[in-house]
Design a protein around this ligand. Structure first.
Ligand SMILES: [Zn+2]
Length: 313
């Protein structure tokens, strides 16, 4: 599965991503992690990224895409990946599509975890964390309040409220997200790859919906795509299973009959070569498709009446 995850801060997409990683054994590719790792490793891309960051600039899309491409070449990404936090805009989405097309690994799903803004506001601004680092219990004054206000149920320590979780900061963060993501939603919708899952309810309920989307909607598509690729690889003419099967069956019958008459011939041997030998009927079929040869064929058995029919016309 090759998935891009879309969702606001507080949407819970990180939790869903972790569950997807476990279930489908595919890695999450986080551009932040890639950047840090590349800088530490001192690779070409890492040095480019570092010089940009040292200069207080954004790392260019080319560098980020190069890192993603490198990451995709690792064995654990063969079965797919989850991209989170990238792309953030249309040019990045287009560049990603172009890169994945070169690798013949196009995205299969853009999954949006959708949560109403007011719920997001409460999720983030209501968050309280136990100040005792050894405990670290997390509460939410709206959804999972501690029994005593401001005190940890488990250890009695004071609950802390992150300063950047205040209402104004969060609202502007969500606005930035909305501005960035809305065009991406349209972009993937136009490609037919967008699916939306409601990000409210229990984690398991949401994950059930996520896996339903993947199993029901994406798996058959993936199977069809790989079947089409296999068919294309087998025979140079891209006409797949159906036209090939029909002549094969027709050919099998006459081939089997002589085999039965001659006990010396082995039946399986007779059957197997017969279907394979039949590229010949293909031109016939093509001819049948055209209207004119059809009439000619129908007319052929009735040789004597055929001229009459033509005269009538
Ligand atoms: Zn505590």
């Amino acid at each position: 599965m090759r998935i891009v995850l879309l969702g606001a801060p507080g949407s819970g997409k990180g939790t869903q991503s972790k569950l997807l990683i476990e279930k489908y054994k595919i890695p999450q590719i986080s551009t932040g992690d890639l950047l840090r790792a590349a800088v530490v490793a001192g690779s070409d891309l890492g040095r480019k990224a570092k010089s940009a960051m040292d200069a207080g600039q954004l790392v260019s899309d080319d560098v980020v895409l190069g890192m993603i491409q490198e990451r995709l070449s690792k064995p654990d990404a063969r079965a797919g990946f989850i991209l989170d936090g990238f792309p953030r805009n249309i040019p990045q989405a287009q560049a990603l599509d172009a890169m994945l097309a070169r690798l013949s690994q196009p995205l299969q799903l853009a999954l949006l975890v959708d949560v109403d803004t007011e719920v997001l506001m409460k999720r983030i601004t209501g968050r309280r964390t136990c100040s005792n680092a050894a405990c670290g219990a997390i509460y939410n004054i709206y959804f999972s309040a501690p029994k005593a206000p401001g005190k940890c149920d488990k250890c009695g320590s004071i609950l802390a409220h992150r300063s950047d979780d205040n209402e104004n900061t969060v609202r502007s963060r969500l606005q930035v997200y909305e501005q960035q993501t809305a065009p991406l939603v349209s972009y993937y919708k136009a490609q037919g790859k967008l699916r939306t899952v409601r990000g409210t309810g229990s984690v398991n309920e949401i994950f059930k919906n996520v896996t339903d989307i993947i199993e029901v909607q994406m798996r058959p598509l993936a199977a069809a795509m790989s079947a089409a690729q296999a068919a294309a690889a087998k025979s140079a003419p891209p006409k797949p299973a159906k036209p090939a099967k029909a002549p094969a069956k027709a050919a099998a019958k006459p081939a089997a009959k002589p085999a039965a008459k001659k006990p010396a011939a082995k039946k399986p041997a007779a059957k197997k070569p017969a279907p394979k030998k039949k590229p010949a009927p293909k031109p016939k079929k093509k001819a049948v498709k055209k209207a004119a040869p059809k009439k000619a064929k129908k007319a052929a058995p009735k040789k004597k009446s055929a001229p009459k029919a033509k005269k009538k016309k």
